[in-house]
Design a protein around this ligand. Sequence first.
Ligand SMILES: CC(C)(COP(=O)(O)OP(=O)(O)OC[C@H]1O[C@@H](n2cnc3c(N)ncnc32)[C@H](O)[C@@H]1OP(=O)(O)O)[C@@H](O)C(=O)NCCC(=O)NCCS
Length: 192
Amino acid sequence: MPRTLDDVSWPVLTERLLIRRGTPDDLEPTWRFRRLEEVGHWVTGFPKSFGEYRSRFEEPARLESLLVVEHEGEVVGDLMVRLEDAWAQSEVADQARGVQAELGWTLDPAHGGKGFATEAVRAAIRLCFEELGLRRVLANCFAENTASWRLMERVGMRREAHTLKESLHRDGRWLDGLGYAILAEEWRARRV
Ligand SMILES: CC(C)(COP(=O)(O)OP(=O)(O)OC[C@H]1O[C@@H](n2cnc3c(N)ncnc32)[C@H](O)[C@@H]1OP(=O)(O)O)[C@@H](O)C(=O)NCCC(=O)NCCS
């Protein structure tokens, strides 16, 4: 059986942060930064109202993959760790179930520029490899989202794809996308 986030011993503590599973009570603390245009500009959904945010937030699949990042008791960001199957040919598809995770992140801009996102994402990658035993961790962003792809590079992810004008932004532009990933063996090699 593939391991899931339920198998991790929570919370995960880093030098400055506490990372835990998201709960329905995180609706309001995350809305405080999720409602900001500078955040919403880059992420998949930018709800226009608290009610709309609540409906999205409470979707079971979303809560299932949500982690919350706290600093000194305050919610400063959130992470997505979405376990998924790798692509595989049909005869070996069983062996590719639940072997990788897509990560996502959002940091309250009031806490930007201090390395909190870097610290939280490093911890998420560590738990993916060391606790969940995954073989690959990936992330995607708009190529224009410099802060996000620089973060991917800081944590040791490798650029695998630069797609041309394949992602539609809500402002009407078709934007380039970037895909990054790191394999378990690359992670281990960086740690020795
Ligand atoms: C992407 C995002 C999380 C990056 O935030 P960030 O503040 O740049 O990232 P960090 O918290 O890791 O901080 C890194 C910055 O702090 C500095 N820093 C200070 N102390 C640091 C430390 N101990 N460790 C690492 N960096 C540190 C770094 O030099 C860097 O600054 P720089 O960009 O001027 O070089 C943030 O911009 C965000 O939430 N954006 C909106 C949502 C979003 O885009 N999500 C991703 C969609 S794909």
